[in-house]
Each structure stands twice: as C-alpha cells, then as structure tokens.
Design a protein around this ligand. Structure first.
Ligand SMILES: Nc1nc2c(c(=O)[nH]1)N[C@H]1C(S)=C(S)[C@@H](COP(=O)(O)OP(=O)(O)OC[C@H]3O[C@@H](n4cnc5c(=O)[nH]c(N)nc54)[C@H](O)[C@@H]3O)O[C@H]1N2
Ligand SMILES: Nc1nc2c(c(=O)[nH]1)N[C@H]1C(S)=C(S)[C@@H](COP(=O)(O)OP(=O)(O)OC[C@H]3O[C@@H](n4cnc5c(=O)[nH]c(N)nc54)[C@H](O)[C@@H]3O)O[C@H]1N2
Ligand SMILES: [Mo]
Length: 754
C-alpha cells in the first residue's frame, strides 16, 4: 500500500496525451527496467517480436512506428521487472504472513524463479525439483477415484500451442473439467451469440473500423482496458463518424482523448472529442435502450419509412414478427424508467443508427456481466439485424475481448462442453477415446469444490481465487482440496490460499525467449478479430529455472500418463510439430498452419457470419425474444443500489499496478465507492465518508465489505461502482447469467451501511 494520503480530484486533461506518456516512463523506472523495458517495447507488436501481453485488441503489425499503449507498456514492465521472488524470500516469510500483505505488495515482489512446494510444518514454501514436482502431481492425479475430481483452469494469457496440448492432456487424463477465465468474462459471447448468428465470436475485422459509419461503444472502458482501440476511435471521429458511448460512468477517454503517438496533438495540447453522444445509462438499463431503439425503428417502418433492411431480413433471418410485437408493446415510461435515459435521447440515438449504413456495436463487461447477459447480447444482434448490420463492410458485432489469447484458447480446445466433432477428431488423430460428458466451467468447479467432490486444482496461469465470486466461501473450498498447483509468472493470492499439498511452478513469460534442443521456438496467438499471428520472445527468461508452459504440460503428461502414445517428448522440443497436430485436429480452420504463420501479418480464421453464412441449426440469423425490460431480477428494497465491480486504469485484472485511477480522479486508494451525489444525499451521507456495503440476497449468507470511501461521481442514479477484486466478497456465486454461468459482477444488489 502507498503510505501517501489518498487524494481525489477531477482529472481535467483529456485521456491519453502527456499524462499517458509520463505514466509509461514512470512504470519502467518503478520496475527498474528503463533500458531493458524500453528495448523490449521496441519489439512489442513488431514483425518478429512478441505480442503485447495485455488485452486482446488487435496489434496492428506496424512496420514504421512504435505500436504499444500505456497499459501495454505497464504489462510488459511488470513482466520484465528486475525484482525476483527467490527461495530466500520464501524462507523469510510464512504463508500466513504473506496472506496479510496486499495484492499490490505481492505483485511488487517480482518474478517467480524456481519451483516451490508448500511445507505444512513450517507454513512456508520450500524449493522442490521439477522432477519431484511432476511426480507429486502425477501421484495425486493417479490416486483419484475419478478423473472428474480434478479441475484444470486456464487464464487467457496462455498461447495457442500451450492451450492445445493442455486440452489434449486433460482429455487423455479423462475429463472435460475446463474452468476458464472467459467463464467470468465473455462466456455470454460464446454461449449467447451462437443461437443468433451461429458463432460465439465477433464478426468484424480491423478494416471495418475504417469503413464504418457509426460506432456504438457499450459497457466498455476503452481508454483503460483496450487503449489501442482509441486510435481507431480517434480516426473515426476525424472522419466525422458518430460515436455513441453507453455507460453509467462518463469514462474519460470516451469523452476527450489525445493520442500519445500523434506528434502534432501532443505538441499543441489538442485533443479529439470522442463520444458524439454519451448515453448515461443506469446499470442494467441497456435492454430498455435496445428495445426503445427497436420500437422507434418499427414505428417508422410501419409509417412507411425505409428504415429496415427488408432484403437482408427476408433472405437471412427468421423470427422478426415476435420481436416486432414485443418492442412495439413496450411502454415509453417504462423504457425511460429502466434505462434512465430520456425518450428524446433514445430517439436521437435511433436516428444516428438509422442514418448510418454500416454500424459496429462494440461491447465489454458492462453488457456481459448481468443475470441475462447472454440474452442481452441476442437483443443487440436483433438491433443489428434490423438494418442488415452483420456481414457487410463497416458493420457487425464486436466483443471487446479481455485477455490477449482468451479467444485463441477456446478455439484450440479449452471447452468444457466440447462439440462432438472436436472429440471425434481428437480420437482420430491421437488414438485415445476422449471423455464425452460435459465438464465443469468456473461455477461448476467452485460448486464441486464446495461440496468436497473436487480434490485437485491445477491452474495454467491466472489468479483463480481472486477472480471468482464469494471470496470467503471460495477460499474455504480451495483450502479443503488435496493439491493445488499454480503455473505462474508472479506470486499471487492463489498461492497463499492453497490446498493441503501445493506447488508454485514458475514459467517463461511471453516476452522471453524459449530455447529447446531444437532451437528457438515461437508460439501463436489469436486476437479478438480472429487473426492469428506469431509471438516470439526477445528477453532472457527471468530465471534459468523458469520452464516454458508447453514443457510443463508435456512433462506433467509423461509423469501422469506413462502409457500415453501422444508424442509429448517431441512436442516439448518442437512447437511447429504441435501446430501440425493442431492442423490435423482443426482441418477446417488451421490447415497449413505453419505455412500460413510465415506471413508476418498473420492470417484470419474463418468467421462465417462475416460473409453472411450462419452456422445455426436452421442456417439463418435468428431474431430471438427476451420479454420485458429486466436484465437482472428486480429487488424490492428501496435502499437497494446496483453495484458494478470495475477495473481501475492501473490494474490488469487481479494485478494491481498502483492504487491510483487517474482518469476517475482517484489517487492512493482502491477502497472507494463511486456514487451519484443525489443518491448519497438521499442516504444522509457526507462525501468521503467511510461506509460498509452489504449484499442484498435471499440465501441467508451475510456478505459485507467494510472501509469504503464514498465518492461523489457523475455515475447514473441508482448505480454505484467500486473495484474488482476488492469487492468480490460481495458477489454471490449463484448470482450469475443462467445460460453462460458468468457472474453478474456489474449488477450486484447492495445497500450502504454506516
Ligand atoms: N489495462 C487493462 N486492460 C485490460 C484489463 C485490465 O484489467 N486492465 N482486463 C482485460 C480483461 S480480462 C477484460 S474482460 C477487459 C475488460 O474491459 P471492460 O469491459 O472495459 O471492463 P470493466 O472495467 O469491468 O468495465 C466495463 C465498463 O462497463 C461499464 N458498465 C457497468 N455496468 C454497466 C451497464 O449495466 N451497462 C453499460 N452499458 N455499461 C456498464 C462500467 O462503467 C465500465 O466502464 O479488459 C481487458 N484489458
Ligand atoms: N467482481 C469481478 N470479478 C471479475 C471480473 C469483474 O469485472 N468483476 N472480471 C473477470 C474477468 S473478465 C476475468 S478475465 C477474470 C481474470 O481472472 P484471471 O485470468 O485468473 O486473473 P489475472 O489477474 O489475469 O491473472 C494474473 C496472474 O496471471 C499470471 N500470469 C501472467 N502472465 C502469465 C503467463 O504468461 N503465463 C502464466 N502461466 N501465468 C501468467 C501471473 O502470475 C498473475 O498473478 O476475473 C474475473 N473476475
Ligand atoms: Mo476478462
């Protein structure tokens, strides 16, 4: 924790600009990697270099200029840090002592350097050889009554080759238990979009940003979480394209932005106004907004105006009538009440939509993390179908993904509900019979842990216990297991909330060189527009004892499955061989994989809706119905506020870079509660008063977080926001989207207590 007093004041500058340039330099200095970090930044997102380890927004392979953003630089600086966690560190701290430290402190200790095993007698982690570590994993896995008693988590930094081998190993071991970070993130995209358009991916490529006539940015904090997209927004505004931002918080970069790489703007202190229309939605109000817009379109269609793309609707879709009846039946007073947006503004936004011949609808966690997140996305598709806005230049649905390879992991087989065709191919190619029954996603994994069914938890990256809901109960469940394994670059809470036996396995990071007996190896990555490119590390590994993820999987597989016919030893040495086998298992999308990857600009995987082919059971794009205006179950409690748990500008998920949130005007404190001044006054509270928050739930479990500073903020009425992961104790495990299992982390019903 910083020892400075917290400070709160409005951030007057545009987002980006000199504030961003200064922050980039500061973070390199803080991690003591100014020279090394700057050198590595020169290779980031360049042909022959490595891919940014931060978000999944495409890295334009840029041959002329530096291509990274402030937060990409932070991710790299924290990865390339000079600081190290050594065996001496573990010898001086018990796990109970480490548990007292903040997530920020844990992160600041630096890179993990050798495998460690928990020793209960001393309550410390002690060194263990890699061989002994794999033997311990094998002993636990082979000792289970059923392979379904183990869960295998994936976090989305894992690259394609690793993800593929991991998915093969786990299935050869005998289960489909693949809890995945995307289960907390874009799972509504993966499960909600297929009934509508036949695929759980976005339908646009980067070219569309240059051709679009209107951009909607809904529930996504672009300036902090996918800053490279700001370049596209600035360019769109310069072309005069309207940008509609829909958010309960007026996120700074969506209002005013200076591109740090625009020399003229920087030198002249100019900026670009981003949102031409800011829609100050209530939390959970997007469904009402979509229905209001559809109502306007249907009414004007009925009046004979050419506002619907009838040719598209007739040729490509089914189900229009029910959606039309539903939208027309909605009452304006209720639409306004639920959305918090005036009828006049909804009509204005509908007008923007009508005037545009090609609209892109981009969204983030503000749409997915609700109790009906998946169905809400289907309503977004309905809105797009009305004007034929999928599968034409400049138009489409654009999930702004999270982790850099979260989409690629899924494509390469991390799927707890694998399609039969995938399993058939694995069986044919590898010669073993993979399990056919669906496995655990995150929610089912935690439930099984709580019931005591699960005995082993293996994490390929990430920080599971900190990312999942219901912190207190989840910690208890994790502590009841027999073995927990964390394959990580950095020390995190997941190593401290551990099973009876526990291992920390340090890995070679994305920015670092992988050398095997066959020479230097490269991996591949799929970004959020389904483009696959190479990633090649340029730095020396943090320690000679860090092991590449691929090798960890291969050696774990050889230890656990001694009779396996899979060529694990060869895979560990030769990543091109892994890609050959990926091509065999996914012949439709990955044929000639190694050959295609030679193109420094990469290649796009096929997304059929992009060319208006709909891989749905009926071969059509489907208008789907979601009656009413609620995306979350109503709560009858006058004191209730809806809490969105969000990211600050200075964090990457559970990794906290600092306790500041520059654009929201907060310095030195993460325990804050953003509230509308009127809502605060109505509760008789003072600005900056310290309060507690309590979840409103019916399950009889008390969930409370103390010590939050109330901050006046221009957030919409009835909505409050605070930071993830500090507020995860308030999020009940069973408060989630029923279709995808994604926790409804943006709409927790809470009350303030003093
Ligand atoms: N620097 C950085 N980059 C990141 C990450 C990071 O932590 N740091 N995380 C990565 C990951 S894994 C992901 S998934 C993405 C997440 O990126 P985002 O999707 O931007 O995630 P959040 O910060 O959770 O915030 C979502 C936005 O939704 C808004 N919101 C909340 N409730 C609602 C609502 O009901 N309706 C609407 N319309 N908006 C709402 C919030 O005000 C906030 O602006 O970013 C990725 N990139
Ligand atoms: N309340 C609330 N909860 C949320 C969210 C929310 O908005 N609100 N967001 C959810 C979302 S969108 C997501 S994606 C999840 C994130 O959940 P996770 O993906 O599990 O969490 P991260 O914080 O990204 O993981 C950080 C750890 O990854 C490890 N790591 C970093 N790079 C590498 C690497 O190259 N290899 C390996 N093996 N390890 C590496 C480091 O050790 C680091 O400690 O959290 C979810 N939880
Ligand atoms: Mo995410």
């Amino acid at each position: 924790m910083s020892d400075k007093q917290p400070r709160y004041h409005r951030y007057g500058q545009p987002a980006g600009g000199w504030g961003s340039a200064a922050a980039t330099a500061k973070v390199l200095i803080k991690q003591s990697v100014l020279a090394k970090g700057s050198r590595a930044l020169l290779s980031m997102n360049q042909p022959g270099g490595f891919k940014c380890p931060s978000c999944a927004f495409p890295d334009p392979i840029c041959h002329q200029r530096l291509e990274f953003c402030e937060n990409g630089a932070k991710a790299l600086a924290f990865e390339a840090t000079r600081y190290r966690v050594t065996r001496d560190f573990f010898a001086t701290h018990t796990v109970s002592e480490l548990m007292e430290q903040s997530d920020y402190w844990l992160e600041m200790q630096g890179r993990l350097t050798e495998p460690m095993r928990y020793d209960a007698a001393s309550d410390k982690y002690v060194p263990v050889s890699w061989n002994d570590a794999f033997a311990l994993i094998a002993k636990h896995l082979r000792g289970l009554d059923s392979p379904h008693q183990a869960d295998f988590y994936t976090s989305g930094r894992t690259l394609n080759e690793t993800a593929f081998l991991y998915s093969v190993f786990v299935r050869e071991f005998g289960t489909n238990n693949f809890p995945d970070c995307s289960n907390m993130c874009h799972e509504p995209t993966s499960r909600g979009l297929p009934p509508s358009i036949g695929i759980g991916k976005g339908t646009c490529t980067m070219v569309d940003f240059d051709q679009t006539e209107a951009l909607f940015i809904i529930g996504q904090n672009t300036g902090s979480n996918s800053p490279r997209m700001m370049t596209n927004l600035v360019e769109a505004r310069k072309r005069g394209i309207p940008i509609v931002a829909v958010n309960p918080m007026p996120e700074r970069a969506l209002i005013k932005f200076t591109a740090p790489q625009d020399v003229v703007q920087m030198a002249t202190f100019q900026h670009t106004d981003i949102a031409s229309e800011f829609v100050h939605i209530k939390i959970g109000g997007d469904l009402a907004l979509f229905k209001g817009m559809m109502k306007v379109l249907f009414e004007r269609d009925a009046a004979g105006e050419p506002v619907l793309d009838h040719a598209f609707i007739d040729e490509h879709t089914v189900g229009l009538e029910a959606v039309r009846q539903d939208a027309l039946a909605q009452d304006w007073a209720e639409i306004v009440e639920h959305s918090g947006v005036s009828e006049a503004q909804i009509r204005r936004v509908a007008e923007i939509y009508i005037r545009s011949n090609a609209t892109m609808l981009c969204y983030g966690m503000g749409l997915t993390q609700h109790q009906r997140g998946s169905e809400l996305l289907q309503q977004a598709c309905n809105l797009l179908f009305l004007r034929g806005n999928i599968g034409k230049p400049g138009a489409g649905i654009v999930p702004i993904r999270g982790h850099s390879n979260v989409q690629g992991d899924r494509t390469c087989g991390i799927d707890e509900q694998p399609p039969a065709a995938l399993l058939d191919n694995i069986e044919k190619v590898f010669g073993f019979a993979p399990p056919r029954e669906p496995g655990h996603h995150m929610l089912k994994a935690v439930e099984a842990m709580m019931r005591g069914e699960t005995r082993v938890f293996f994490a390929m990256g990430g920080n599971f216990v900190r990312a999942i809901p219901d912190t207190e109960r989840s910690y208890a469940a994790m502590r009841g297991l027999d073995l927990s394994v964390g394959v990580n670059t950095k020390l995190n809470r997941g190593h401290l909330v551990h099973a009876k036996d526990a291992l920390i396995l340090p890995v070679v990071a994305r920015s670092e060189i992988i050398r095997t007996a066959k020479g230097e190896q490269v991996q591949s990555i799929e970004d959020m527009v389904a483009k696959v490119t190479t990633s090649r590390g340029v730095l020396e590994p943090a320690s000679p004892d860090c092991m590449p993820e691929v090798e960890i999987i291969c050696r774990m597989a050889m230890a656990t499955l001694p009779a396996s016919k899979t060529p694990w030893a060869e895979f560990a040495q030769d990543y091109a061989l892994i890609r050959d086998w990926i091509a065999k298992v996914f012949p439709d999308i990955y044929s000639d994989f190694n050959e295609k990857l030679k193109d420094p600009d990469g290649f796009h995987l096929d997304v059929p809706p992009h060319r208006r082919v709909w891989p749905t059971p009926n071969g059509k794009a489907n208008f789907l119905l979601l009656p009413g205006l609620h995306v979350n179950t109503p709560v009858a409690d006058a004191a209730m506020l809806r809490l969105a748990t969000v990211r600050s500008h200075d964090q990457f998920n559970t990794t906290i870079y600092s306790n500041d949130d520059r654009y929201r005007g907060v310095w030195g404190n993460r325990m804050v509660l953003f509230i509308n001044e009127e809502d605060r006054k109505a509760r008789g509270l003072e600005n900056q008063q310290i309060v507690a928050l309590e979840t409103i739930s019916t399950d009889g479990i008390s969930r409370r977080v103390e010590g939050l500073t109330v901050l006046d903020y221009p957030i919409s009425r009835g909505s409050v926001a605070g930071y993830y992961p500090e507020l995860n104790p308030l999020l009940p495990l069973d408060y989630h989207d029923k279709i995808s299992g994604t926790p409804a982390a943006k709409s927790i019903p809470v009350r303030i207590v003093v």
